[in-house]
Design a protein around this ligand. Sequence first.
Ligand SMILES: [Zn+2]
Length: 341
Amino acid sequence: MRGVVMYGPGDVRVVDREAPKIIEPTDAIIRITTTCICGSDLWPYRGVEPVDHTFMGHEYVGVVEEIGDAVQTLKVDDFVVGSFCISDNACEICRAGYQSRCVRGSFVAAAIGTQAERARIPYADGTLVPTPGRPAPELVPSLLAASDVLGTGWFAAVAAEVGPGKTVAVVGDGAVGLMGVLAAKQLGAERIIAMSRHADRQALAREFGATDIVETRGDEGVAAIQELTNGLGAHSVIEAVGTQESLMQAIRSTRPGGHIGYVGVAHEGVALPADELFFAEVHLHGGPAPVRRFLPELIDLIWDRKIDPGKVFDLTLPLAEAAEGYQAMDQRRAIKTLLTL
Ligand SMILES: [Zn+2]
Protein backbone atom coordinates (compact mmCIF):
# COMPACT_ATOMS: atom_id res chain seq x y z
CA MET A 1 0.00 0.00 0.00
CA ARG A 2 1.03 3.65 -0.40
CA GLY A 3 1.86 5.72 2.65
CA VAL A 4 3.67 8.88 3.74
CA VAL A 5 7.12 8.40 5.27
CA MET A 6 9.22 11.30 6.56
CA TYR A 7 12.79 10.27 5.79
CA GLY A 8 14.23 13.26 7.63
CA PRO A 9 13.40 16.91 8.30
CA GLY A 10 11.75 18.45 5.23
CA ASP A 11 11.91 15.14 3.33
CA VAL A 12 8.38 13.75 2.88
CA ARG A 13 7.82 10.88 0.43
CA VAL A 14 4.87 8.72 -0.54
CA VAL A 15 6.24 5.19 -0.78
CA ASP A 16 5.17 1.55 -0.68
CA ARG A 17 4.58 0.26 2.84
CA GLU A 18 3.69 -3.24 3.96
CA ALA A 19 -0.10 -3.61 4.15
CA PRO A 20 -1.36 -4.11 7.72
CA LYS A 21 -2.83 -7.40 8.95
CA ILE A 22 -4.92 -8.37 11.96
CA ILE A 23 -2.53 -9.29 14.78
CA GLU A 24 -4.69 -9.18 17.93
CA PRO A 25 -8.35 -10.29 18.08
CA THR A 26 -9.26 -6.73 19.19
CA ASP A 27 -7.80 -5.20 15.99
CA ALA A 28 -9.60 -3.80 12.98
CA ILE A 29 -8.14 -3.04 9.57
CA ILE A 30 -9.59 0.08 8.02
CA ARG A 31 -9.36 1.41 4.48
CA ILE A 32 -8.64 5.08 4.99
CA THR A 33 -10.77 7.31 2.77
CA THR A 34 -9.54 10.70 3.94
CA THR A 35 -6.64 11.83 6.11
CA CYS A 36 -4.77 15.06 6.77
CA ILE A 37 -1.62 16.80 7.93
CA CYS A 38 -1.47 18.08 11.51
CA GLY A 39 0.31 21.16 12.83
CA SER A 40 2.23 18.74 15.07
CA ASP A 41 3.58 16.98 11.94
CA LEU A 42 5.51 20.19 11.30
CA TRP A 43 7.66 19.72 14.42
CA PRO A 44 9.67 16.85 12.89
CA TYR A 45 9.40 18.50 9.44
CA ARG A 46 11.22 21.52 10.86
CA GLY A 47 13.75 19.37 12.71
CA VAL A 48 12.44 20.36 16.16
CA GLU A 49 11.54 16.72 16.93
CA PRO A 50 13.69 13.77 15.83
CA VAL A 51 12.51 11.98 12.69
CA ASP A 52 14.02 9.09 10.73
CA HIS A 53 11.98 7.15 8.16
CA THR A 54 8.90 7.77 10.32
CA PHE A 55 5.36 6.73 9.29
CA MET A 56 3.27 9.90 9.35
CA GLY A 57 -0.35 10.73 10.13
CA HIS A 58 -2.69 10.26 13.08
CA GLU A 59 -6.01 11.70 11.87
CA TYR A 60 -8.28 9.49 9.83
CA VAL A 61 -11.72 8.38 8.75
CA GLY A 62 -12.40 5.27 6.76
CA VAL A 63 -14.25 2.05 6.19
CA VAL A 64 -13.80 -1.11 8.24
CA GLU A 65 -12.37 -3.85 5.99
CA GLU A 66 -11.67 -6.61 8.46
CA ILE A 67 -12.21 -7.19 12.18
CA GLY A 68 -10.59 -9.47 14.73
CA ASP A 69 -12.67 -12.16 16.47
CA ALA A 70 -13.11 -10.12 19.66
CA VAL A 71 -14.40 -6.92 18.03
CA GLN A 72 -18.04 -6.41 19.03
CA THR A 73 -19.21 -2.87 18.24
CA LEU A 74 -18.05 -2.68 14.61
CA LYS A 75 -18.72 -4.62 11.46
CA VAL A 76 -17.16 -4.77 8.03
CA ASP A 77 -18.25 -1.80 5.87
CA ASP A 78 -18.92 0.52 8.81
CA PHE A 79 -17.71 4.07 8.25
CA VAL A 80 -15.63 5.06 11.28
CA VAL A 81 -13.94 8.03 12.91
CA GLY A 82 -10.99 7.25 15.15
CA SER A 83 -9.03 9.10 17.79
CA PHE A 84 -5.33 9.87 17.44
CA CYS A 85 -4.88 7.93 20.69
CA ILE A 86 -5.49 4.19 20.87
CA SER A 87 -7.60 3.30 23.91
CA ASP A 88 -9.50 0.29 25.21
CA ASN A 89 -12.21 2.66 26.55
CA ALA A 90 -12.67 0.15 29.39
CA CYS A 91 -9.93 0.68 31.99
CA GLU A 92 -10.44 2.87 35.04
CA ILE A 93 -8.67 5.85 33.42
CA CYS A 94 -10.73 5.58 30.22
CA ARG A 95 -13.98 5.28 32.16
CA ALA A 96 -13.06 8.51 33.94
CA GLY A 97 -12.85 10.18 30.52
CA TYR A 98 -9.09 10.18 29.99
CA GLN A 99 -8.78 7.78 27.04
CA SER A 100 -5.63 9.60 25.93
CA ARG A 101 -3.95 8.10 29.01
CA CYS A 102 -5.49 4.61 28.74
CA VAL A 103 -3.42 2.05 30.65
CA ARG A 104 -3.25 0.01 27.42
CA GLY A 105 -3.04 3.10 25.24
CA SER A 106 -0.60 4.21 22.57
CA PHE A 107 -0.34 6.88 19.91
CA VAL A 108 -1.41 6.41 16.29
CA ALA A 109 1.41 8.72 15.13
CA ALA A 110 4.63 6.98 14.04
CA ALA A 111 3.56 3.49 15.23
CA ILE A 112 0.66 3.27 12.76
CA GLY A 113 0.81 6.33 10.51
CA THR A 114 -2.58 7.05 8.92
CA GLN A 115 -1.38 9.10 5.96
CA ALA A 116 -1.69 5.78 4.16
CA GLU A 117 -4.20 3.63 2.32
CA ARG A 118 -4.86 1.30 5.25
CA ALA A 119 -4.26 1.06 8.98
CA ARG A 120 -4.41 -1.55 11.71
CA ILE A 121 -6.26 -0.03 14.67
CA PRO A 122 -5.67 -1.87 17.98
CA TYR A 123 -8.54 -1.92 20.52
CA ALA A 124 -10.90 -1.06 17.67
CA ASP A 125 -13.99 -1.11 19.94
CA GLY A 126 -12.39 1.41 22.26
CA THR A 127 -10.81 3.66 19.63
CA LEU A 128 -13.19 3.83 16.64
CA VAL A 129 -16.73 5.21 16.56
CA PRO A 130 -19.04 4.28 13.65
CA THR A 131 -21.12 6.99 12.02
CA PRO A 132 -24.91 6.48 11.67
CA GLY A 133 -24.40 5.56 8.00
CA ARG A 134 -22.27 6.44 4.98
CA PRO A 135 -21.64 10.19 5.31
CA ALA A 136 -22.55 12.65 2.57
CA PRO A 137 -19.30 13.83 0.93
CA GLU A 138 -19.59 17.33 2.39
CA LEU A 139 -19.62 15.91 5.94
CA VAL A 140 -16.37 13.98 5.55
CA PRO A 141 -13.93 16.88 6.22
CA SER A 142 -15.83 17.71 9.42
CA LEU A 143 -15.77 14.08 10.58
CA LEU A 144 -12.04 14.00 9.86
CA ALA A 145 -11.58 17.16 11.93
CA ALA A 146 -13.26 15.35 14.85
CA SER A 147 -10.41 12.81 14.80
CA ASP A 148 -8.00 15.33 16.32
CA VAL A 149 -8.24 19.11 15.92
CA LEU A 150 -11.94 19.45 16.76
CA GLY A 151 -11.70 16.94 19.61
CA THR A 152 -8.60 18.71 20.89
CA GLY A 153 -10.12 22.19 20.69
CA TRP A 154 -13.25 20.82 22.36
CA PHE A 155 -11.24 19.28 25.20
CA ALA A 156 -9.37 22.57 25.66
CA ALA A 157 -12.69 24.41 25.98
CA VAL A 158 -14.06 21.85 28.44
CA ALA A 159 -10.80 21.92 30.44
CA ALA A 160 -11.04 25.72 30.51
CA GLU A 161 -14.59 25.36 31.91
CA VAL A 162 -16.11 27.38 29.06
CA GLY A 163 -19.80 28.01 29.56
CA PRO A 164 -22.69 30.49 29.31
CA GLY A 165 -21.90 34.01 30.47
CA LYS A 166 -18.16 33.50 30.30
CA THR A 167 -15.45 35.39 28.43
CA VAL A 168 -13.02 33.09 26.66
CA ALA A 169 -9.62 34.00 25.23
CA VAL A 170 -7.97 31.71 22.68
CA VAL A 171 -4.18 31.79 22.32
CA GLY A 172 -3.15 30.34 18.97
CA ASP A 173 -4.83 30.67 15.56
CA GLY A 174 -3.84 27.31 14.09
CA ALA A 175 -6.46 24.66 13.39
CA VAL A 176 -6.76 23.68 17.07
CA GLY A 177 -7.16 27.28 18.25
CA LEU A 178 -9.86 27.84 15.62
CA MET A 179 -11.62 24.66 16.76
CA GLY A 180 -11.38 26.00 20.32
CA VAL A 181 -13.31 29.06 19.14
CA LEU A 182 -15.97 26.82 17.57
CA ALA A 183 -16.19 24.74 20.76
CA ALA A 184 -16.46 27.84 22.95
CA LYS A 185 -19.33 29.12 20.81
CA GLN A 186 -21.10 25.76 20.93
CA LEU A 187 -20.63 25.54 24.72
CA GLY A 188 -22.37 28.89 25.13
CA ALA A 189 -19.56 31.39 25.80
CA GLU A 190 -20.77 34.99 25.85
CA ARG A 191 -17.61 36.56 24.47
CA ILE A 192 -14.82 34.85 22.54
CA ILE A 193 -11.54 36.70 21.99
CA ALA A 194 -9.35 35.14 19.30
CA MET A 195 -5.68 36.11 19.34
CA SER A 196 -4.48 36.16 15.74
CA ARG A 197 -2.30 38.27 13.47
CA HIS A 198 -3.42 36.69 10.19
CA ALA A 199 -6.40 38.14 8.28
CA ASP A 200 -7.52 34.77 6.83
CA ARG A 201 -7.48 33.11 10.25
CA GLN A 202 -9.24 36.08 11.87
CA ALA A 203 -12.02 35.74 9.29
CA LEU A 204 -12.40 32.02 9.99
CA ALA A 205 -12.32 32.67 13.77
CA ARG A 206 -15.19 35.15 13.35
CA GLU A 207 -17.09 32.63 11.25
CA PHE A 208 -16.63 30.04 14.04
CA GLY A 209 -17.93 32.48 16.66
CA ALA A 210 -15.17 34.89 17.77
CA THR A 211 -16.60 38.23 18.95
CA ASP A 212 -13.27 40.06 19.32
CA ILE A 213 -9.83 39.80 17.73
CA VAL A 214 -6.57 40.70 19.48
CA GLU A 215 -3.62 41.07 17.11
CA THR A 216 -0.90 41.62 19.68
CA ARG A 217 0.90 38.90 21.61
CA GLY A 218 3.14 38.55 24.67
CA ASP A 219 2.80 41.34 27.26
CA GLU A 220 0.91 43.54 24.78
CA GLY A 221 -1.53 40.71 24.10
CA VAL A 222 -2.09 40.25 27.84
CA ALA A 223 -2.70 44.00 28.23
CA ALA A 224 -5.27 43.87 25.42
CA ILE A 225 -7.15 41.01 27.13
CA GLN A 226 -7.09 42.88 30.46
CA GLU A 227 -8.47 45.96 28.74
CA LEU A 228 -11.34 43.97 27.21
CA THR A 229 -12.22 42.40 30.58
CA ASN A 230 -12.28 45.41 32.94
CA GLY A 231 -8.76 44.61 34.10
CA LEU A 232 -9.79 41.18 35.41
CA GLY A 233 -8.70 38.75 32.70
CA ALA A 234 -10.77 36.10 30.92
CA HIS A 235 -12.75 33.45 32.79
CA SER A 236 -11.48 30.74 30.46
CA VAL A 237 -8.35 30.63 28.32
CA ILE A 238 -7.56 28.08 25.64
CA GLU A 239 -3.83 27.63 24.93
CA ALA A 240 -3.16 25.96 21.59
CA VAL A 241 0.50 26.67 20.80
CA GLY A 242 2.77 25.10 23.43
CA THR A 243 5.61 27.62 23.67
CA GLN A 244 6.86 29.41 26.79
CA GLU A 245 5.48 32.69 25.46
CA SER A 246 2.03 31.31 24.66
CA LEU A 247 1.67 29.50 28.00
CA MET A 248 2.66 32.61 29.95
CA GLN A 249 0.34 34.68 27.77
CA ALA A 250 -2.49 32.26 28.66
CA ILE A 251 -1.72 32.29 32.40
CA ARG A 252 -1.47 36.08 32.53
CA SER A 253 -4.70 36.52 30.51
CA THR A 254 -6.72 34.45 33.03
CA ARG A 255 -8.50 36.07 35.97
CA PRO A 256 -7.91 34.76 39.51
CA GLY A 257 -10.04 31.65 39.91
CA GLY A 258 -10.23 31.21 36.13
CA HIS A 259 -9.38 28.13 34.10
CA ILE A 260 -6.82 27.38 31.39
CA GLY A 261 -7.19 24.46 28.99
CA TYR A 262 -3.81 23.86 27.36
CA VAL A 263 -3.43 21.55 24.40
CA GLY A 264 -0.44 22.99 22.51
CA VAL A 265 2.24 20.29 22.73
CA ALA A 266 4.89 21.65 25.12
CA HIS A 267 8.46 20.90 24.14
CA GLU A 268 11.65 20.56 26.13
CA GLY A 269 12.69 23.76 27.82
CA VAL A 270 9.18 25.11 28.40
CA ALA A 271 8.97 25.70 32.16
CA LEU A 272 6.38 27.44 34.31
CA PRO A 273 7.58 29.71 37.13
CA ALA A 274 6.12 28.33 40.38
CA ASP A 275 6.25 31.68 42.16
CA GLU A 276 4.18 33.41 39.49
CA LEU A 277 1.77 30.45 39.31
CA PHE A 278 1.34 30.54 43.10
CA PHE A 279 0.04 34.09 43.05
CA ALA A 280 -1.88 33.77 39.76
CA GLU A 281 -4.46 31.49 41.43
CA VAL A 282 -5.63 29.91 38.19
CA HIS A 283 -6.61 26.34 37.28
CA LEU A 284 -4.41 24.59 34.73
CA HIS A 285 -5.63 21.49 32.93
CA GLY A 286 -4.46 20.06 29.65
CA GLY A 287 -2.48 17.48 27.77
CA PRO A 288 -3.19 15.17 24.83
CA ALA A 289 -6.95 15.40 24.34
CA PRO A 290 -9.11 12.38 25.20
CA VAL A 291 -10.85 12.78 21.84
CA ARG A 292 -12.62 9.42 22.26
CA ARG A 293 -14.64 10.89 25.15
CA PHE A 294 -16.17 13.49 22.84
CA LEU A 295 -16.42 11.58 19.54
CA PRO A 296 -20.02 10.31 19.83
CA GLU A 297 -21.28 13.83 20.67
CA LEU A 298 -19.15 15.49 17.98
CA ILE A 299 -20.26 13.01 15.32
CA ASP A 300 -23.90 13.75 16.20
CA LEU A 301 -23.37 17.53 15.97
CA ILE A 302 -21.71 17.12 12.56
CA TRP A 303 -24.30 14.61 11.33
CA ASP A 304 -27.11 16.99 12.30
CA ARG A 305 -25.19 19.84 10.54
CA LYS A 306 -25.06 21.93 13.71
CA ILE A 307 -21.31 22.56 13.35
CA ASP A 308 -19.07 22.72 10.29
CA PRO A 309 -15.49 22.27 11.54
CA GLY A 310 -14.41 20.97 8.11
CA LYS A 311 -14.03 24.59 7.03
CA VAL A 312 -10.65 24.52 8.75
CA PHE A 313 -9.24 22.62 5.75
CA ASP A 314 -8.18 25.19 3.17
CA LEU A 315 -6.11 22.92 0.92
CA THR A 316 -7.07 19.53 -0.53
CA LEU A 317 -4.54 17.32 -2.30
CA PRO A 318 -4.30 13.67 -3.28
CA LEU A 319 -2.13 11.56 -0.95
CA ALA A 320 0.50 11.35 -3.70
CA GLU A 321 1.09 15.11 -3.32
CA ALA A 322 1.53 15.00 0.47
CA ALA A 323 4.96 16.67 0.24
CA GLU A 324 3.34 19.80 -1.21
CA GLY A 325 0.76 19.70 1.59
CA TYR A 326 3.53 19.76 4.22
CA GLN A 327 5.34 22.58 2.45
CA ALA A 328 2.17 24.67 2.16
CA MET A 329 1.52 24.36 5.90
CA ASP A 330 5.16 24.98 6.78
CA GLN A 331 5.12 28.18 4.71
CA ARG A 332 1.72 29.15 6.18
CA ARG A 333 0.12 29.08 2.74
CA ALA A 334 -2.41 26.64 4.23
CA ILE A 335 -3.96 26.30 7.69
CA LYS A 336 -4.60 22.58 7.29
CA THR A 337 -4.21 20.17 4.39
CA LEU A 338 -6.71 17.41 3.67
CA LEU A 339 -5.40 14.38 1.77
CA THR A 340 -7.74 12.30 -0.36
CA LEU A 341 -7.23 8.64 -1.28
ZN1 LIG B 1 -8.23 2.39 28.91
